[in-house]
Design a protein around this ligand. Structure first.
Ligand SMILES: NC(=O)c1ccc[n+]([C@@H]2O[C@H](COP(=O)([O-])OP(=O)(O)OC[C@H]3O[C@@H](n4cnc5c(N)ncnc54)[C@H](OP(=O)(O)O)[C@@H]3O)[C@@H](O)[C@H]2O)c1
Length: 277
């Protein structure tokens, strides 16, 4: 039997299996090509940290923010996507072995059930990948080709034409999704819909979350809140942009409580719906 956690909301209060909790949501059925469903997942401390910065200015994800249970739920969310949005910074970190590869689903012994679930749901074996990048300076992960995944590069219209030509020569479709150097959430979502994608999981960082929320494109935010006050003078939080106003007002859809981890503290698994997407 797998681990059980408490459902605090919606009522009734219940003791539930963690595995399968998010698969039941069927997020892949919520979007259409006309209006793709975009969702994101973040881990935070009680004082709102998603990452800390070391003395060299390098950001990192503190180990105390992550647990195997949270990772299982992350994979269940990934499993429901027909398209993942990552970014150039992530591919640089994978190449430098600072982060692990999370671009494929169900390829390890303990996650084969997720590959089967996708098949049963009529989803492609692996989701398409979008790499958002303003610099266009990143190494492409060989794992994407190895798994036959469609792969797009998203950037702004002011991107360096030499680098654009380089990626096109390598056979990648480039999506120009923004008037400046940066990708804009609204344009990117619309263009991915035109390509036929319906469920889009944002596995990028705070800047992509910011543009999706600000432009009313984020459908759901999943947030794991670990019960720790983290501190740390230099840190990252969910949204780097200016004050957001009503676009940032969310409605709680579900709240689960794991009293035992990480490290004897607890964590909440929260799911919020946006009023605007
Ligand atoms: N706790 C969590 O759940 C969580 C989640 C995500 C990240 N993190 C951590 O938070 C820290 C900061 O995250 P991050 O590195 O992802 O920060 P970020 O500043 O959001 O993204 C970094 C890179 O993504 C690309 N990018 C982002 N938004 C873009 C846009 N609108 N248009 C074009 N390119 C865009 C850029 O790549 P180019 O430089 O190639 O232009 C940029 O350098 C990291 O330590 C990360 O591990 C934590």
């Amino acid at each position: 039997m797998t681990k059980k956690i408490f459902r605090l909301y919606p009522p009734p209060f219940e003791y539930m299996e963690l595995e399968g909790l998010y698969l039941k949501l069927h997020l892949h059925r919520l979007g259409t090509p006309e209006s793709p469903f975009v969702y994101a997942n973040f881990l935070t401390s009680l004082d709102g940290r998603i990452a800390l910065e070391d003395s060299n200015g390098q950001t990192y994800l503190p180990k105390s923010l992550t647990t195997p249970d949270d990772f299982r739920l992350f994979l269940e969310l990934e499993c429901q996507a027909d398209c993942l949005i990552t970014h150039g910074g992530y591919l640089r970190s994978v190449e430098q072995k600072r982060l692990g590869n999370i671009l494929q689903i169900g390829v390890t012994d303990n996650t084969r059930d997720l590959a089967l679930w996708r098949r049963e749901q009529g989803l492609s074996a692996q989701p398409a990948i979008v790499v958002a990048s303003a610099s266009l300076d990143f190494p492409m992960s060989p794992s994407i080709k190895e798994h036959g995944q469609a792969c797009y590069i998203a950037t702004g219209e002011r991107a360096d034409p030499v680098k654009l030509a380089y990626w096109r020569e390598q056979g990648y479709e480039v999506i120009l999704a923004g008037k400046g150097g940066m990708v804009e959430g609204d344009v990117l979502t619309r263009k991915l819909g035109e390509l036929g994608y319906r469920s889009i999981y944002l596995i990028a960082g705070p800047h992509m979350l910011d543009t999706m929320v600000r432009e009313g494109r984020l459908g759901r935010l999943f947030q794991t809140i670990t019960h720790q006050l983290m501190g740390g003078e230099a840190f990252r939080t969910l949204l780097p942009g200016p004050e957001l106003g009503p676009f940032g007002h969310l409605k709680l859809l579900s709240l689960y409580y794991d009293p035992a981890s990480p490290l004897g503290a607890g964590q909440w698994f929260a799911q919020f719906e946006s009023n605007f997407a």
